[in-house]
Design a binder for this molecule. Structure first.
Ligand SMILES: [Mn+2]
Length: 376
């Protein structure tokens, strides 16, 4: 059985006010092409299809189109991520069912999904959508598990849910887990919500049993294998979503080959539709030397110059497609202890302010002086 693992699409996410709709459409098309070329029997989508809980109609159109395209190639199984609105996905689940797409929005019983592929092989899939602290107790109760009486923490509960969902794994099927969660020790790729990847919300990769053929994870945007008793993989996001993703890791989907009696082999299939997100940093002279070298990249430009009025505009003129221009960001937004200022005249205060910010612009000082004269 060949299985395609993707997730963390984040459709609807732009960057610095620039839409990435075209890239999302292209990369989802590329994923469908990969699924077709690899002749996969099953497709797993590991959450964060959307970037927000109330996506635009455009984002919905792109995601629904992609799911329908994938559903024509092989059975598709979807769990919501922390960015998705699970109730909204649950609402359209019956419509997608008829198109070969199973959306498993909630943990509401201990039965894994059983799918017979077109080649007649059996897949058994334990599905675990993103479970917030708020919802995990409810999921626990719905499954009839013995909730810890007091102070049971997220990790313990999630552990028990994994245990219950995988209890039926045996030799009669390819046993899979599809989940949106954080594993202890996993590396961020960029663009994740920090509040939802903190320590309390993590579980150990060892929670997944050795009779699982493969664990398909979403949530972290960097593709990586986690050490566990069975193959546990994040597929990563298909686009670089944030400048904190330095682009050093290739974007990809994973294709898994497994049978009831053989362990999984995992192959990376690279994706190339996304534009590269790059950070350029240096003096104006250095940046000028790079201006014809940036292709279609989405740029963050960090300028290392003494600050003066119009500097950022000069840089924007050099790089009309720059998403962000930051002039000496290390000097911005500082709230450290400030010097005593209460007895200084306005022009002295302004002078102090400029020198703290490493601004060297006599014209600005002159302008301040004349404006102050006018108002005083
Ligand atoms: Mn995500």
């Amino acid at each position: 059985m060949r299985i395609l693992h993707t997730g963390d699409w984040h459709v609807g996410k732009g960057i610095g006010g620039i839409s990435r709709t075209d890239e999302h459409q292209a990369v989802l098309q590329e994923i469908a092409t990969a699924a077709e070329e690899q002749a996969v029997d099953l497709i797993l989508v590991a959450g964060d299809l959307f970037d927000t809980a109330s996506p635009s109609p455009e984002a919905e159109r792109i995601v629904y189109r992609a799911l329908l395209d994938l559903g024509r190639l092989a059975p598709v199984v979807v769990v919501p991520g922390n960015h998705d609105n699970e109730r909204r996905l649950d609402a359209v689940a019956p419509l997608f069912e008829s198109a070969g797409v199973r959306i498993r929005a909630f943990v509401n019983n201990a039965a894994p999904l059983e799918i017979t592929t077109s080649s007649g092989e059996q897949a058994r899939i334990a599905t675990i959508p993103w479970l917030s602290q708020r919802h995990i107790v409810k999921a626990d109760q719905l499954m009839g598990l013995q909730a810890a009486e007091h102070g049971g923490i997220y990790r313990d509960r999630l552990y028990r849910i994994v245990e219950a969902l995988t209890a039926g794994f045996d030799q009669s099927a390819v046993n899979l887990v599809l989940a949106h969660l954080t594993i202890v020790g996993a590396l961020h790729g960029g663009g994740e919500r920090t509040a939802q990847t903190i320590f309390d919300y993590t579980i150990d990769a060892g929670a997944f049993p050795d009779d699982a053929h493969y664990v398909a994870l979403g949530h972290l945007h960097r593709a990586q294998r986690m050490p566990g008793l069975c193959p546990v993989h994040y597929c990563g996001s298909p686009l670089q979503l944030d400048f904190s993703d330095d682009g050093s890791e290739a974007k990809q989907v994973l294709v898994i080959e497994a049978s009831e009696s053989t362990p999984a082999t995992v192959t990376e299939v690279p994706l190339s539709s996304g534009r590269r997100l790059r950070t350029l940093e240096g003096t104006l002279e250095w940046l000028e030397s790079l201006r014809d070298n940036t292709g279609g990249d989405l740029l963050r430009v960090i300028v290392k110059e003494k600050i003066r009025v119009g500097l950022a505009d000069e840089v924007r003129a050099l790089f009309p497609h720059a998403v962000k221009v930051l002039v000496r960001p290390e000097l911005q937004g500082e709230t450290a202890a400030r010097p005593q200022r209460s007895h200084n005249a306005p022009h002295e205060l302004f002078g102090q302010y400029l020198s703290e910010r490493d601004v060297d612009d006599p014209e600005l000082v002159r302008l301040f002086g004349s404006l102050y004269e006018e108002c005083a």
